[in-house]
Design a protein around this ligand. Structure first.
Ligand code: NAD
Length: 259
């Protein structure tokens, strides 16, 4: 399947590492101009965009914007100037039982993992309507469809993101715009890597055992999904084959949600 996205501009929030960067790379491979984002504004962030431009012959920019702030979310889309493909990917995690869950962590997770997608979509939809084509892809999670203890804010935000996906799809249903959520299982990114040392300590296990017995316990394939597979799923959603795919969730989770 060759998907040609030349002339389209894709904005991927939270894309200086992990899934966001992988998605941006697959979009660039298909010819889309890409806008990378995170809240930092370092040389190395801008260098990531320069590398994509060099490797794939597309236009690539890095725009710093803090997705915990509504005005930054909106300014990101406005500064980009065009938005044919919007991938709402920025996300953070924090794990604690509900009585101990810090209010500031709850607020930050809800703001970054859920509300940011509302603000970016609100600015992007009029641009897509003007251009006569658009794709919104929300990176939710298996935790947008199921729950785990100690992840109250994350699970609530990701379920909310799935709900926002459905509403966006219904509001654009009769236009050449679609909105879908991708629900990954475990993907070995910095977000997940950061959880390994503490889990090793907690369970007194080595790295391999933590990965197989704890992390991938709920992932029947016993393998991580990859950022390339997620990027490929986004590219497919941008293709002509997916024109009637809207308002749905696509699990890339090695069978997690089939259990
Ligand atoms: P990651 O930590 O590598 O990437 C998160 C990205 O979000 C980074 O680029 C980070 O800089 C950015 N970010 C964080 N706070 C931000 C803010 N305030 N403003 C702007 N950007 C911000 O993690 P990842 O695993 O690549 O996660 C990406 C998305 O995929 C998240 O929404 C996450 O919930 C989701 N997800 C990940 C997994 C997994 O196993 N890795 C599974 C399911 C869903």
């Amino acid at each position: 399947m060759k998907v040609e996205l030349g002339g389209k501009t894709a904005i991927v929030t939270g894309s200086n590492s992990g899934i966001g960067l992988g998605v941006a790379e697959e979009l660039a491979k298909s010819g889309a101009d890409v806008v990378l984002n995170s809240f930092t504004d370092r040389d190395e962030d801008h260098a990531l965009a320069e590398k994509l431009a060099q490797d794939y012959g597309v236009k690539a920019r890095y725009i710093a914007a803090d997705m915990s702030k509504p005005e930054d979310c909106r300014a990101l889309i406005e500064k980009a100037g065009a938005c044919d493909i919007l991938v709402n990917n920025a996300g953070i995690q924090f794990v604690a039982p509900i009585p101990d869950f810090p209010t500031e962590k709850w607020n930050a997770i809800l703001a970054i993992n859920l509300s940011s997608a509302f603000h970016t979509t609100a600015v992007a939809l009029p641009m897509m309507r003007k251009a006569g084509w658009g794709r919104v892809v929300n990176i939710a999670s298996a935790h947008g469809l199921t729950a785990s203890p100690f992840k109250s804010a994350y699970v609530a935000a990701k379920h909310g993101l799935v709900g926002l996906t459905k509403v966006t799809a219904l509001e654009t249903a009769q236009e050449p715009i679609t909105c879908n959520a991708i629900c990954p299982g475990y993907v070995l990114t910095p977000l997940v890597e950061a959880q390994i040392p503490a889990t090793m300590k907690e369970y007194n296990m080595d790295r391999e055992t933590v990965i197989k017995k704890v992390m991938l316990e709920r992932q029947p394939s016993k393998e991580f999904a990859t950022v390339e597979q997620l990027g490929g799923t986004v590219v497919w959603l941008c293709s002509k084959y997916a024109e009637q795919v809207t308002g749905t969730t696509i699990s890339v989770d090695g069978g997690w949600t089939a259990l």
